[in-house]
Write a new protein. Structure first.
Length: 545
């Protein structure tokens, strides 16, 4: 360049853009690694490199006031939040690797660092787009959940020292994105020909200015017709269809969602996540195995104190006034009192164990069923319900009809999408240039002094735009068909809802659902009691040591 480049082509601006694009490309590799479930350590390195690219772009932009002004504050905030987001994602993935390496203290430290990054990003919430906020909320949920679980496990079981954030080993980086200079940019002159994407050099084929104007006029008309009259209306139809089905909670795969209430499904998932009845049995067995040991330890301690007191009395009788040592009973009074107090606690614990055992025996089967998969839950609920055979058959038939209508709606959306692609292809290939040149040649055939105007090509415009008439007809037909189809779906949905409401309103189903609700409450209650019991056993074990 013979003059200094403009700001948008300056070295700093281009480097900012390069780093942004590298970050976005690296982010794609990171997403693929997450989807393919690669090792957590490798995913952490990929995320660390994403953060590094965003950080490089942010630093370059903020260190130059003119570039900062060019990008505006929204872009700068986006880059900063992105670098914090992937720094947090990297620490989270590294914490997952720590679990497999039994580094429970380091896991907590890295989760806390990740939580700090996410919190810093949330401070810029009002400047972010909805998609970025959702990603942050998803990451925040999984980080806080894992941190809560890790702290709890470490406090109760592992007791690892938690290192400071500054002492953590830096996470390495793995870069899979590299900037490549296209040959069209590196050596454009040698690539300029009719077959290349660059085409011929400028001014090789000059055409009348009116032809360029006519080409622009046709392109504008075509673009308005295609975008506003066809594509936009087809997209609006799809949006209306999708929103209508969603408002009825009717994706094609969830017609039987009402067979099991969402609250029961959520409770069932929670029971499975907590380990179900198997975990309760294992915890209870652990308590039962440890309880005799605690009692034995306490009895031995009290026996030793009693033996010491008896020996003290014997020596006092033997030596009389010469025995001046303070009495063992007085010296060990606090220990004896403490031992008796522990003995009462253990006796109460035995009573509590018996109560827990009774609860387990009483609620074992309901809890086990609640922790089963969806099909077993559905089967037990349906088996407890009383249905009129004709009503049940009618409901089934209506479900099939409604599902077919929904499938038809989705099929229509698929056909529309295919038509949209076809329209775009036709529009992209619609080059009126050669025909304009041919028409211009006809106009000037009788003399080159004739001044060509865009109006000379009006008939050609009308003729060429006729190729889109079939798509306009398709749009109108889709509007009419969808209105009828959605009206039919809404009517069938209301009919089915009324039928199912009457069919599901019976005492057997209500009793079963109430039993599952109570079983969940009992599960949480028993789990809490067992956790408290294990904590008591742990405390007595430490006291004995």
């Amino acid at each position: 360049m013979r003059i200094p480049p403009t700001l948008d082509m300056s070295s700093t601006t281009l480097n900012v853009l390069v780093n942004i694009m590298l970050a976005q490309a690296q982010e794609c590799f990171w997403q693929k690694a997450v989807y393919e479930k690669l090792k957590d350590g490798n995913v952490a390195k990929l995320a660390s490199q994403v953060s590094a690219y965003y950080e490089a772009a942010f630093e370059l932009a903020t260190n130059n006031p003119e570039v900062s002004k060019l990008l505006n504050q929204n872009w700068l905030t986006h880059l900063q939040v992105k670098l914090w987001h992937f720094a947090a994602a990297s620490e989270f993935r590294k914490s997952c690797e720590c679990i497999g390496q039994n580094k429970y203290g380091e896991e907590i430290a890295r989760l806390r660092v990740a939580e700090g990054y996410v919190n810093r990003a949330f401070e810029q919430r009002k400047h972010l787009r909805e998609a970025v906020i959702k990603d942050l909320e998803s990451l925040h949920t999984v980080v806080t959940s894992n941190l809560s679980r890790a702290v709890k496990d470490n406090d109760i079981i592992y007791l690892n020292t938690i290192p400071s954030a500054s002492s953590l080993t830096p996470i390495g980086r793995a870069s899979l994105a590299n900037p490549v200079l296209p040959p069209e940019v590196n050596d454009p002159i040698s690539l300029m020909n009719e077959r290349s994407i660059l085409g011929l050099p400028l001014f090789v084929k000059l055409v009348p200015f009116a032809v360029h104007q006519a080409h622009s006029v046709y392109s504008d008309r075509k673009e308005r017709l295609v975008k506003e009259e066809i594509l936009l209306k087809l997209q609006e139809l799809t949006t209306i269809c999708t929103s209508t089905l969603q408002s009825l909670n009717l994706p094609s795969s969830s017609l039987d969602a009402e067979d099991i209430p969402q609250s029961i499904l959520a409770n069932s998932q929670d029971v499975r996540n907590e380990g179900g009845i198997t975990r309760l049995d294992a915890m209870f067995d652990s308590i039962q195995d440890a309880s005799p040991n605690n009692n034995q330890i306490l009895d031995e301690a009290l026996n030793i104190l009693d033996q010491e007191a008896m020996e003290d009395e014997e020596w006092e009788k033997k030596f009389g006034e010469r025995w001046t040592r303070k009495k063992s009973i007085a010296v060990n009074k606090d220990l004896v009192d403490q031992g008796l107090k522990h003995q009462q606690v253990l006796q109460q614990a035995l009573k509590g164990d018996l109560a827990i055992k009774n609860k387990l025996e009483q609620w074992c089967q309901p809890i086990e069923l609640l922790g089963s998969d969806r099909e077993i839950l559905k089967k037990t609920i349906l088996s407890s319900s009383t249905f009129d055979a004709s009503i049940q058959s009618d409901i089934k038939n209506r479900e099939i009809e409604l599902r077919n209508l929904i499938n038809e709606a989705h099929a229509n959306i698929g056909e529309r999408n295919k038509t949209i692609e076809e329209i775009k292809k036709v529009s992209n290939l619609d080059d009126i240039g050669p025909k304009l040149l041919k028409e211009a040649a006809k106009i000037t055939a009788n003399g080159t002094a004739i001044k060509i105007e865009p109006a000379h090509f009006e008939e050609l415009f009308i003729e060429e735009l006729k190729k889109y008439d079939k798509f306009l007809v398709f749009v109108q037909r889709e509007v009419e068909n969808q209105e009828k189809l959605l009206s039919h779906i809404q009517g069938k949905y209301q009919e089915l809802a009324e039928k199912r409401k009457r069919a599901m309103n019976n005492s057997g189903r209500a009793e079963t659902l109430e039993k599952y609700k109570t079983a969940y409450q009992k599960f949480k209650e028993i789990l809490s009691n067992l956790q408290e019991g294990i904590k008591v056993i742990f405390i007595y074990f430490i006291w004995h040591l």
